[in-house]
Design a protein around this ligand. Structure first.
Ligand SMILES: Cc1cc2nc3c(=O)[nH]c(=O)nc-3n(C[C@H](O)[C@H](O)[C@H](O)COP(=O)(O)OP(=O)(O)OC[C@H]3O[C@@H](n4cnc5c(N)ncnc54)[C@H](O)[C@@H]3O)c2cc1C
Length: 392
């Protein structure tokens, strides 16, 4: 047996899910180590000027005593925070949450996690190695960015995923094609327009979906509460179902899949609509070829038309495939039961590899679409703690 040091639980990730889980573990007196850069995905991989699509009530990072809500952040810092919530304020909130609830966060990266007779052997990029009984994986979706096949081989200077572009103002004087029809595509188009940058949205969908359009339905008091949960994921009725993951997961698989799609299909926030006036939006069209010219990109669409642009911004979303978390060893991946790249999880969000838990979007195949959003942190952290308590 090696002489490596040991710890009970390792949390990988310092976004909303990792921070929330760490706060609950701390409260439960569970020995832990937590790694990651606080809110790095939000700070580095979302565009400056963006606002959250989720509502105020659905954007609290959960902590066990409800002390570190957005309201507490605003009150303690004397800050006005607009609605919709601006990205920089939300990042500030996450950083404040970390300082208050997870002061022992280690800003280091995990290089690899492998099986060990006592649990898992964790290696950090700075060379430290130790053994952890459990791993709580909350490493987000950044590694799952989808780059459509037609853009394979095109230099990133000509076609980049939306997660690669933080400062959209650098496209000043350029013409940009935005590929996609969800929040990221539509909000980027609004930000381009407001910065005086010419862009066109091209989406294969034949219509755009909008969320938050039925404002009146949210103002009917107890009736609204029957239709919508404060978690704010999905339309009337579905919102309630999604907010009860234990119930959701008992439903027939096909129904779960259809309902999940309905809850999180590509859609823009209703407040974006007026900001998009005058932006060309081409519906029902696919880019079938992309060819670099000298310094530009020629896009061919499936109606035979062409666009010559300086850049294609690929707001083409994410596809979960946990094998793309480069730090999980082949031995772990071999033992991990997955469906379409998602881990199959049980009580405590625990995978088929005993002691390995997944939080955030990777958990959504097993526990439903709530887990794709910040509002799922309360369920996830409680479920994790309950699962660990039962196993110990
Ligand atoms: C453009 C955009 C807008 C969105 N808007 C909303 C919204 O309004 N509301 C909402 O609820 N959701 C929104 N989402 C979804 C959002 O991504 C998730 O809700 C949220 O990020 C999930 O948090 P997380 O903790 O799972 O992951 P993340 O926030 O991505 O955190 C991942 C963490 O893992 C760490 N990490 C990764 N690899 C390692 C490693 N090897 N070692 C150590 N640490 C590591 C990172 O440093 C980071 O701290 C949006 C997503 C996008 C792309």
């Amino acid at each position: 047996m090696s002489s490596l040091s040991t710890c009970n639980v390792t949390v990988i990730g310092a976004g909303p899910y990792g921070l929330s889980a760490a706060a609950y573990l701390r409260n439960a007196g569970v020995e832990k180590r937590v790694f990651g850069e606080t809110m790095s995905f939000w700070e580095q991989q979302m565009p400056v000027g963006m606002c959250l699509r989720s509502s105020w009530d659905a954007s609290h990072i959960a902590d066990p005593k409800g002390q570190f809500t957005l309201d507490a952040f605003r009150d303690q810092n004397g800050n006005h925070i607009g609605k919709p919530i601006p990205l920089d304020r939300f990042v500030g909130y996450g950083q404040w949450f970390q300082r208050k609830a997870v002061p022992d966060l280690e800003r280091r990266r995990v290089r690899s996690v492998d099986l060990d007779p006592r649990g898992f052997r964790v290696s950090l990029t700075d060379g430290e190695e130790y053994v952890s009984k459990r791993i709580v994986l909350a490493a987000g979706i950044g590694t799952f960015a989808v780059r459509p096949q037609v853009f394979e081989g095109i230099p990133h200077s000509l076609a980049s995923h939306s997660t690669e572009q933080k400062d959209l103002s650098k496209f000043k004087g350029k013409r940009v094609a935005i590929i996609g029809g969800g929040q990221s595509a539509l909000e980027s188009a609004a930000l381009f327009k407001e910065a005086g940058i010419e862009s066109e949205v091209i989406t294969r969908a034949d219509h755009l979906n909008w969320v938050g359009k039925h404002v009146k339905l949210h103002r009917l008091g107890p009736l609204s509460r029957l239709m919508y949960s404060k978690c704010d994921v999905g339309p009337a009725g579905i919102s309630r179902l999604v907010a009860a993951p234990h119930l959701f997961r008992t439903l027939p698989r096909r129904f779960q899949d259809r309902t999940a799609y309905r809850a999180i299909r590509p859609a823009g926030a209703g407040w974006l609509q007026p900001r998009l006036t005058g932006v060309p939006i081409t519906l029902g069209r696919k880019v079938v070829a992309a060819m670099p010219t000298e310094s530009q990109l020629r896009l061919q669409l499936d109606d035979g038309s062409e666009r010559i642009v300086d850049h294609a911004l690929l707001a083409t979303g994410f596809r979960v495939d946990v094998s793309r978390y480069g730090f999980l060893s082949p031995a772990i991946l071999q033992q991990l039961e997955t469906v379409n790249g998602y881990p199959v999880l049980q009580r405590g969000l625990e995978s088929s590899v005993k002691g390995l838990h997944f939080l955030g979007k990777p958990a959504s195949w097993s526990f439903g679409p709530l887990l794709c959003f910040v509002s799922g942190t309360e369920f996830a952290a409680n479920e994790l703690i309950a699962g660990i308590a039962e196993r110990n």
